[in-house]
Write a protein that binds this ligand. Structure first.
Ligand code: ADP
Ligand code: ADP
Length: 225
């Protein structure tokens, strides 16, 4: 049935800057792909296009057999809320909410009752080994704990694709490794595909396959025949 998510001939310019210049990409269900490359090469733009956050100037993105550009804004936002999960480097937790409320939030937005959402959120906090931060606010936890909460929040809706953009970029190497272990184990258990943007080989080592982005073009590197 082919890859779950594909990008074909993506072009994107920002004023004089070419961010994507014919980028090609594909990820299968359950596969973890690392998107590597230097700063400014187009990695985040590729991820944002794949996730339907940024609209490419030309080219096509197909998710589960449907072109994103053929969907309405409402359909694309439903996709981001249901089928997709996101983890970023910084600032993704809502500071006014406790950690368990943060993890429960995507479920609440999908209409799940508070009690059920928080029970499920609590299970995910346990799974990411941060049950103890349940009632704390993001400002009261360490960076490593906060990223585990963010991973729990990204996976609580059982997304089919997890987009992770430098998910360990703000962590020391010990916490970064642990977050990657927990993230990839949880993604494998839930069968989620992962698009992992990183410039660190140590982080990319958790993937099944690596591609590298240079000047807005994607090249296959490790793990592809
Ligand atoms: P990477 O993630 O590899 O660091 P990006 O995709 O963020 O690369 O950026 C690729 C290029 O596009 C860079 O030159 C960047 O400055 C530019 N760019 C990205 N987003 C924007 C934007 N919203 N406005 C202007 N330029 C942008
Ligand atoms: P972790 O390995 O869980 O990320 P750290 O080694 O960074 O933890 O921190 C150890 C403990 O110190 C944590 O359990 C956390 O409660 C506390 N802590 C660390 N950083 C902060 C912070 N910025 N604010 C409040 N508590 C913190």
């Amino acid at each position: 049935s082919g890859p779950l998510l594909t990008a074909t001939a993506l072009h994107k310019v920002y004023g004089p800057t070419t961010a994507l210049d014919g980028a090609e990409f594909a990820v299968d269900a359950g596969e973890i792909v690392a998107v590597m490359g230097p700063s400014g090469s187009g990695k985040s733009t590729l991820l944002h296009c794949l996730a339907g956050i940024v609209t490419p100037d030309s080219g096509a993105i197909t998710y589960d057999g449907r072109e994103l550009s053929a969907m309405s804004d409402t359909e694309r936002s439903a996709l981001r809320r249901g089928d997709f999960g996101f983890v970023f480097q910084f600032g993704q937790l809502v500071p006014e909410l406790t950690c368990v409320e943060n993890v429960a939030l995507p479920l609440r937005l999908n209409g799940v009752r508070r009690k059920d959402a928080e029970r499920k959120a609590g299970e995910w906090l346990e799974r990411l080994e941060v049950a103890e931060v349940r009632q704390k606010r993001p400002g009261e936890v360490s960076g490593g704990q906060g990223q585990r909460v963010a991973v729990a929040r990204a996976l609580v809706t059982s997304p089919r694709v997890l987009f992770a953009d430098e998910p360990t970029g703000a962590l020391d190497s010990f916490n970064g490794e642990r977050v990657m272990q927990l993230l990839t184990a949880a993604a494998r258990d839930s069968g989620a595909a992962v698009v992992l943007v990183t410039h660190e080989a140590r982080v990319a080592a958790y993937s099944d396959r690596e591609v590298s982005v240079r000047d807005g073009k994607v090249r296959s590197t490790v793990g592809v025949a």
